[in-house]
Design a binder for this molecule. Structure first.
Ligand code: ATP
Length: 450
């Protein structure tokens, strides 16, 4: 089937038009680096989060959840190295005041200190810390500075002993957490790809030193399989191993899963071997013993190594939308109806699973359709739409990524059958009303994108 190329402009426009993502504070001209999730967007984001949490906690018996606070003791960020090292190299243009990350600039222009936007003179490169600072309490002097967390991981490390003691976890085990993180990014661009406020899905897996390489490989495989399972086109993903100069201060080895966004291959998730760096530092800074005591092995004591899988939830939202997006040619009339925009979401993450559409509002069809929707509601995320021609309603559902539509017509009143329409193939079949739920369940289980 003929189709047109996807671009970031098209994605941004669809997201606004259909209520996935809105600009933050739009009526005031927008707030850089912040976005709001609309009715479809919040469903999609929640479904991705739920799929991740299910994968981590329900399908692995040694991983438990946590929800740590965003505000943490400032010493945490000294221990973690963020106060000292969580910086980007910044240059400003003295003429137009534009700001750039020196490591992302054209090297020649940087060497000549020439602004890429206006040709003006650039300042020297200086280190800029990405953590947002604020004050806690009624006075705003330096004694009560507090940071918005730039990653969720530290909330897990400082709670690791609490989890071991309260849940009797034995190494190897993991702690999974989804939550907001904040970074004062110098350049926010590409829509929700890089923002100042975002969400992360992080899992920290605690292992015995010496077994870390093995677990690192295991988690790389698991994370790759997650995207496959949720319908991502695997030729759009690739691995990128961090070179020596790229490795974070705490890492022994690190691989990114990169996705081919409209602007090229970019990081989606990182799998890192963080060694015992964080727990050792928290031992030093807090004075508390962070050793694990292996009661099954003669009370052997050691600081565990940590394998981290760190994915951006909001970046995943963008990835799933880009990956699902397609404009297909479906007619030859020479007008706009020749094309449809469709989002091929996996049914597990689609904001709406099934839409129920009465062919007509009258003659009891609307009532019957609502009755069917009420039956399906317990098991699926449903929508109901009775306005406009049926073809237009299918297009609306295609654009929202709804994988199944149930259409109720005059025959339905006679023989209790309905039409089941598939989003990807646009195929329509007739099935008894009593079989709708079971059929959709099995279609979800066996879904592959066509
Ligand atoms: P980048 O190189 O893109 O700045 P990073 O290597 O600093 O990212 P990590 O610290 O490893 O990223 O964060 C883990 C994940 O969190 C990333 O893979 C990404 O999905 C997400 N993430 C990081 N920074 C942002 C941001 N500013 N906006 C949205 N998502 C982000």
């Amino acid at each position: 089937m003929e189709n047109r190329a996807v671009s970031m402009e098209k994605i941004v426009s669809l997201c606004k038009r259909r209520g996935f993502v809105f600009q933050s504070s739009e009526i005031y001209g927008g707030q850089n680096g912040a976005w709001d999730y609309g009715p479809l967007g919040i469903e999609l984001k929640n479904n991705i989060a739920q799929a991740w949490r299910r994968e981590m906690t329900q399908l692995h018996d040694s991983i438990v959840g946590l929800d740590a606070s965003i505000l943490m003791h400032p010493r945490v960020w000294e221990a973690s190295g963020h106060v000292e090292n969580f910086t980007d190299p910044l240059v400003d243009c003295k003429k137009c005041n534009a700001r750039f990350r020196a490591d992302q600039m054209d090297e020649e222009k940087l060497a000549k200190k020439e602004c890429p936007e206006c040709g003006g003179e650039l300042t020297d490169t200086r280190k800029f810390n990405l953590m947002f600072k604020t004050h806690i309490g009624p006075t705003d002097d330096n004694s009560n500075t507090i940071f918005l967390r730039p990653e969720t991981a530290q909330g897990i490390y400082v709670n690791y002993k609490n989890v071991v003691q309260s849940s009797r976890m034995k190494i190897p085990f993991g702690i999974a957490q989804i939550g907001k993180a904040f970074r004062n990014e110098i350049v926010t661009k590409n829509f929700i790809f890089r923002t100042c406020e975002f969400e992360q899905m992080e899992m920290q897996f605690f292992v015995k030193p010496g077994t870390d390489d093995e677990w690192f490989n295991y988690w790389r495989e698991q994370r790759w399989a997650f995207y496959k399972k949720h319908g991502v086109r695997m030729d759009k993903l690739r691995w990128h191993q961090h070179g020596k100069d790229e490795l974070a201060h705490y890492a022994k080895d690190a691989y990114d899963i990169e996705y081919e966004f409209p602007m090229g291959f970019k990081e989606l998730e990182g799998v890192h071997n963080r060694t015992d760096f964080d727990l050792k530092r928290h031992t030093d800074y807090s004075g508390k013993d962070m050793q694990y005591i292996d009661q099954d092995n003669g009370n052997e004591r050691y600081i565990p190594y940590i394998i981290e899988t760190s994915a951006g939830l909001t970046r995943n939202v963008l990835m799933f939308i880009c990956d699902a997006y397609e404009e297909q040619k479906i007619g030859d009339k020479g007008n706009a109806d020749d094309w449809r925009t469709v989002l091929h979401f996996h049914p597990l993450i689609a904001p709406v699973t099934v839409a129920v559409l009465p062919l007509m509002k009258k003659d009891g069809l609307a009532e019957l359709a609502k009755e069917i929707q009420a039956e399906l509601r317990e098991d699926f995320r449903t929508d109901y739409d009775q306005s406009g021609a049926i073809g237009k309603r299918y297009r609306r559902q295609d654009e929202a990524g709804t994988p199944f539509c149930i259409t109720v017509d005059y025959d339905s009143k006679e023989d209790n059958s309905v039409t089941l329409r598939f989003r990807d193939s646009m195929e329509q079949i007739r099935i008894p009303r009593s079989e709708i739920a079971a059929r959709i369940q099995s279609e979800i289980k066996n879904y592959t994108r066509t």
